[in-house]
Design a protein around this ligand. Structure first.
Ligand SMILES: NC(=O)c1ccc[n+]([C@@H]2O[C@H](COP(=O)([O-])OP(=O)(O)OC[C@H]3O[C@@H](n4cnc5c(N)ncnc54)[C@H](OP(=O)(O)O)[C@@H]3O)[C@@H](O)[C@H]2O)c1
Length: 236
């Protein structure tokens, strides 16, 4: 079995790469900043590539490198909570630069990856294309507001995933798209925002296992579903 994990330099993506490798997958992992990826780069069993998916030349060169490989599993773990300042608490905090950058990373990278790696998806055997979304992207579940760009970027990501599920079904390509909320996890992204959280904050190794368990039980989900780390389906 072959997996590719995007955004594996640290955090959940790194733990997922290790987990998948330990259970026997051949793992290709991508990272952006070398200085943040030293643990990954020390793992000779994982084939690592530097990738900036928002740079077309960088994307083209990886696509060319991997063109012979059909992956069973794609997982995009790239994401940002905010840039520069804290997530926006109110209207005053909104600015175009942050909104654009959060959407570029959280929403637009996934469609660029699906488009770029479509030829690496088998037309015959089942493939999974998973993204790490976030429960706060659920419109129905949003009763407290805040984190404007992060929430909205994940909601829009879920819509891209749902659209891919429809298009691939029409194309009769057996690829299942899943948007998974990984659960609150101690990582660079979350570390400054964990104070006062009442529910469990998982380690990224725990979260990697939870995500894989969801993928393994994917027969319980339709392609395009938004699924919680514990296996429950989340409301849109
Ligand atoms: N941690 C949580 O509690 C939690 C909860 C819900 C959802 N999530 C989601 O889970 C995913 C993984 O997050 P994490 O907690 O593991 O955070 P993390 O440790 O900060 O990892 C984020 C990853 O995204 C990469 N990245 C950020 N901007 C990028 C860009 N412009 N181009 C390429 N790569 C970029 C980072 O690479 P660099 O080191 O190069 O920046 C890093 O590999 C995210 O989508 C996040 O929204 C996390």
């Amino acid at each position: 079995m072959k997996a590719i994990v995007f955004g594996a330099g640290h955090g959940i993506g790194y733990s997922l790469s290790l987990y998948l490798s330990r259970i026997g997958y051949q793992v290709v992992a991508t990272y952006r900043k070398k200085e943040n990826a030293s643990d990954l780069l020390s793992k000779s069993e994982i084939k690592s590539f530097q990738l900036d998916p928002l740079n077309q030349d960088s994307l083209n060169s990886l696509v060319d490198e991997l063109k012979e490989i059909q992956f069973d599993l794609f997982i995009n773990c790239i994401g940002v909570l905010t840039i520069k300042s804290s997530p926006e608490k109110n209207i005053r905090a909104l600015n175009l630069e942050t909104m654009e950058e959060v959407f570029r990373v959280n929403t637009f990278i996934t469609p660029l990856l699906v488009q770029a790696f479509k030829k690496n998806i088998s037309r015959k055997k089942e493939t999974h294309f998973v993204v790490l979304s976030a429960k706060v992207g659920s419109i129905e579940d949003n009763n407290i507001g805040g984190s404007y760009s992060y929430r909205a970027s994940k909601t829009a990501l879920n819509m891209f995933m749902k659209n891919f599920s429809n298009e691939f079904r029409n194309l009769k390509i057996p690829c299942k798209f899943l948007s998974i909320h990984p659960g609150t996890t101690h990582t660079e992204l979350s570390k400054n925002y964990l104070k006062g959280i009442k529910h469990t904050v998982w380690s990224s190794d725990d979260t990697a296992r939870h995500i894989f368990e969801v993928i393994q039980s994917s027969k319980n989900y339709a392609s395009g579903d938004f699924v919680n780390w514990d296996g429950s389906v989340l409301p849109w």
